[in-house]
Design a protein around this ligand. Sequence first.
Ligand code: AMP
Length: 144
Amino acid sequence: MSLHGQYDSDNIFAKIMRGEMPCVKVYEDDNILSFMDVFPQSEGHTLVVPKAPSRNLLETNAKDIGRLFGSVQRIAKAVETALKPDGIVITQFNGAPAGQTVFHTHVHIIPRYEGRALGAHGGGGAMAEMEVLKSLAEKISAAL
Ligand code: AMP
């Protein structure tokens, strides 16, 4: 998938937002949905997705970007409170050559813990246990 093109409303995050696919939800409001990454690169890897359809940040309107990053900061602070990581990486990929695998704009919140290696990006690692993700999501939600 190149950087620009037609938005595909059958992408996996669009299906999650329509309730056609499950997710382990952290937070939802009128503008964003946040849920646990099922192939976490570290414990507590959380995604923040604007509800308005766009393929990537370059195609997202500035107002939605403002709201999105306000939510990213709020959820990152909750991740910090809930999980006490030593650092937090925020990533966002635009276009397949950049590493994007799901073509609906989203931001990754990836907690880092000293001495623990980062897992592979883009589903390269192991799928997480749902019960583990639910417990992490509950802790993060409670800290919001
Ligand atoms: P990107 O490569 O930046 O497009 O990120 C897509 C992310 O979505 C990857 O980190 C995947 O592990 C994650 N992912 C793919 N499918 C799902 C799903 N059904 N639920 C939660 N996360 C997913």
